[in-house]
Design a protein around this ligand. Structure first.
Ligand SMILES: Cc1cc2nc3c(=O)[nH]c(=O)nc-3n(C[C@H](O)[C@H](O)[C@H](O)COP(=O)(O)OP(=O)(O)OC[C@H]3O[C@@H](n4cnc5c(N)ncnc54)[C@H](O)[C@@H]3O)c2cc1C
Length: 528
């Protein structure tokens, strides 16, 4: 560590994204301090649905098994979703957000567990990694950056003890009210829905018994014509007793003046017995930072973007930020990154979030509102049934949610005019800018088992001279490159190319049969 520096990176905020980033960095040999306000994890279930892509992160962080063991709904009990019309117990329902539809395109299966249980897995894993210092019970209270680094003052939460930390970079993972974002002078653009929402955590064994009619379902979205397309959302916290519920409430609703039990019963469609354990409010809005980087200060997760918890994008997007930023920061600190690599974090991740907000979450609200305004069993039963059945066949949301970096400044071979987006298609073809789909190698191993920590060049009977040129260029530029050679024509058919350059975050940097190895690698590390 150079003189005067305590760590390579100071991370403010030890929620899932901050701790995930520290693990990503730690496994790459980068030291970090995580400054987190709370000693203990807040027991609010929050982000529960983890996509297949997110469980890949846990796999690479060495804690996938621990994640699966932390599940509160037993394995085999099912983690599917259901959309219902009017009430939970109404006859109109269909499978919703069926992530099984895209399972073959990822190495690991999706998972569902309360966010606090997932955070506990991350905290335990981080504690095992020597390069990580966990400072729980400290607030980041001051940040100052200069040409060489960032100085962060951490003050004991509710006390006065202080620690002064100095890193080459600082990353704010301190949630939607991010102190780091504000201290760095990063502005954000807000799109307000002007809607107050409630989050309830409640217990009801009766609801569990009633919902046995929907085996294997763990979350339920009730569309009710009274609520203008905003969801009445139920999620199981465990199997049998505990639930969370979020839904729109009047702007002046308070814990005292609003009948929450009555609201839940209306959404269920039955006078169930329930005990409310927690009531919280939030404003439904989208927020997107105008940049993810200001000099040596970067932001990630909810600090960079926040949105209503519709469709389970929040924690999944934040953890992808951590993967994207982690290898780029590590490469920069280790000296093999080009000068533009760190800026590619903003160039790739910000448009993906903008697209997640408009093409998916905002779109859900608009489409549901339009449907509820147009159709109802009371108005015209046949017309309603036809339209409802058509909605039930639509799996487009899961299939087309495919965050990709086509058009990224560090990807070679994107279509002209392409831009990074959350909207794409799932394919096995190794397309530049897209997540690599898994495939079996001739020796029976999955390609994900042979990927290197840095870049990986997979050559499927590729041109030997080009493989050698990649090896030489990587050596000269000190880029960690694993070369995998496979004699498997069927892989060329699946991937659509005989050579694929895969980034440290399992996205394709380039695929093809010919090109300049040095130019491709230079671009991939932001040195073009
Ligand atoms: C009701 C609800 C349901 C949700 N459902 C889903 C879902 O199904 N799927 C999904 O993907 N997402 C969901 N989300 C969103 C998800 O919870 C967030 O996107 C996720 O928590 C973001 O993680 P983060 O680490 O960026 O921020 P946070 O989880 O907010 O963590 C930030 C951390 O920073 C700490 N901190 C703040 N300020 C400071 C400071 N100055 N100094 C030190 N520490 C500080 C905080 O204590 C906190 O631990 C839901 C959210 C809610 C509220």
């Amino acid at each position: 560590m150079p003189d005067g520096f305590t760590h390579d990176v100071i991370i403010i905020g030890g929620g899932p994204v901050g701790v995930g980033l520290s693990i990503e960095l730690g496994l790459r040999g980068i030291t970090s301090a995580v400054v987190e306000k709370y000693e203990t994890i807040q027991p609010i279930p929050k982000g529960q649905n983890l996509t297949q892509r997110t469980t890949e992160h846990f796999h690479f962080w060495g804690c996938e098994e621990e994640l699966r063991n932390a599940r509160t709904v037993p394995r085999g009990a099912g983690i599917g979703g259901l959309t219902n019309y009017g009430t939970l117990l109404n006859d109109y329902s269909y499978d919703w957000l069926n992530r099984a539809a895209v399972k073959d395109y990822y190495y690991t299966a999706n998972e569902r567990l309360p966010q606090y249980a997932m955070e506990a897995v991350l905290r335990t894993r981080a504690a095992e990694i020597e390069a990580i210092d966990l400072l729980y019970g400290f607030d980041g209270t001051d940040i100052a950056q200069d040409g060489d680094g960032v100085t962060v003052t951490a003050t004991e939460h509710g006390g006065s003890a202080q620690r002064v930390l100095r890193g080459r970079y600082a990353v704010g993972c301190d949630g939607s009210h991010s102190f780091t974002r504000q201290a760095a002078g990063i502005t954000q653009t807000l799109a307000d829905h002007d809607r107050k929402m409630v989050l309830l955590v409640f217990t009801s064994t009766e609801l569990h018994d009633l919902l046995e009619r929907y085996p294997g379902k763990a979350f339920f979205n009730v569309l009710h014509p009274d609520y203008g397309g905003y969801w009445l959302f139920f999620g199981r916290v465990d199997l049998g007793t505990s639930w969370f519920f979020h839904a729109p409430v009047p702007a002046d609703a308070t814990e005292e003046n609003f009948d929450f039990k009555g609201f839940v019963r209306k959404a269920v469609g039955h006078e169930i017995e329930l005990d409310v354990d927690y009531i919280g409010f939030w404003d439904l809005r989208f927020a997107l930072a105008d940049t993810y980087r200001k000099g040596r200060v970067l932001i990630a997760g909810d600090a960079a973007h926040s949105h209503p918890p519709y469709g389970g994008y929040g924690v999944n997007s934040g953890l992808e930020d951590a993967r994207n930023l982690g290898w780029k920061l590590a490469a920069t600190l280790k000296g093999w990154a080009g000068p533009e690599l760190l800026d590619s974090y903003d160039a790739e991740r910000r448009p993906v979030f903008a697209s997640t907000a408009s093409d998916f979450i905002g779109n859900y609200i608009e489409q549901d509102r339009a449907f509820l305004n147009r159709y109802s069993p009371e108005k015209d039963l046949d017309e309603f049934r036809t339209a409802w059945s058509k909605r039930s066949e639509d799996t487009a949301d899961v299939n087309s949610f495919e965050p990709n970096y086509e058009g990224s400044p560090i990807v070679t071979g994107s279509p002209a005019d392409a831009v990074p987006s959350a909207k794409g298609t799932h394919e096995f073809k190794a397309r530049p800018g897209h997540h690599l789909a898994p495939q079996l190698l001739p020796d029976g191993r999955n390609i994900f088992e042979v990927l290197g920590e840095g870049f990986t060049l997979v050559s499927i009977k590729g041109d030997d001279a080009l493989v050698e040129a990649f090896r030489q260029s990587a050596g000269e530029r000190s880029i960690p490159l694993t070369i995998v050679e496979a004699d498997a024509p069927e892989l060329i058919l699946a991937y659509g190319a005989s050579m694929i350059l895969i980034r440290p975050d399992q996205f394709v940097a380039w695929s093809g049969d010919e090109g300049s190895a040095d130019r491709i690698l230079a671009k991939a590390i932001g040195a073009s």
